[in-house]
Write a protein that binds this ligand. Structure first.
Ligand SMILES: [Zn+2]
Ligand SMILES: [Zn+2]
Length: 211
């Protein structure tokens, strides 16, 4: 059922949650039809004409699975440095077993990342909304650093891909160490011997580990 709800979520993200698209999403049609019947019986989804829609209950359940999957991807790719094939399969197993408290800890530990390594949004959890202060996040947006503080770049979540390329050219990429020199009117960071000025909007997208 988890896999089925995940599939519907992914189709919905692409605005493609039709019955036909659902059938095409898996190699075995009979299995999809069976899962759909089961999900309808459990009141997790509804079939509205050709559209498959979540019930509030089903949507919540799917949101949690996606959240666990994408947080696990971030954890295994960024913190443990696994390659895509490995973190992908590991995330697929972790999405079924992470307890809510563990999920919140991972999210807080990673600084409540907005996206997975593929750039897909991570649904927010209670920890992101309440801005818990008890556990100090290990990874924070660059904007949280103090003047003169050093940080190691852990990941970057650019709104536009071209930004990532531009930052890359300047040597601003995961694994690099930066020092924050100035916060206003714009952010100035020093990477190696180069000073780079960036907008606050971009600084918010660079996640660093305090050093
Ligand atoms: Zn992903
Ligand atoms: Zn969070």
């Amino acid at each position: 059922m988890d896999e089925f709800l995940e599939t519907v979520w992914l189709l919905k993200e692409e605005n493609n949650n039709s019955y036909d698209a659902l059938l095409k999403s898996q190699p075995k049609k009979t299995q999809v039809v069976k899962a759909l019947d089961e999900a309808i019986a459990q009141k997790l989804v509804e079939k509205d004409g050709n559209k498959i829609e979540f019930t509030p209950n089903g949507e919540n359940q799917a949101k949690e699975i996606i959240r666990r999957h994408r947080l696990a991807e971030r954890l295994f790719s960024e913190v443990f440095g696994l390659k895509e094939d490995d973190y992908e399969s590991t995330a697929c197993s972790f999405e079924h077993i992470l307890e809510p408290e563990v999920t919140e800890s991972i999210c807080t530990f990673l600084g409540h990342p907005p996206t997975c390594p593929h750039g897909k949004p991570i649904p927010k959890g209670p920890c992101c909304l309440k801005n818990h202060k008890e556990m100090k996040p290990l990874v924070v947006p660059l904007t949280e650093l103090g003047l003169g503080e050093k940080g190691g770049i852990v990941f970057i979540t650019p709104k536009y891909h071209s930004r990532l390329d531009r930052l890359n050219v300047l040597g601003v990429c995961p694994g690099q160490v930066l020092r924050l020199h100035q916060k206003s009117p714009s952010f100035v960071i020093k990477v190696d011997e180069t000073e780079i000025a960036i907008d606050k909007e971009i600084a918010k997208e660079i996640y660093v580990k305090r050093l």
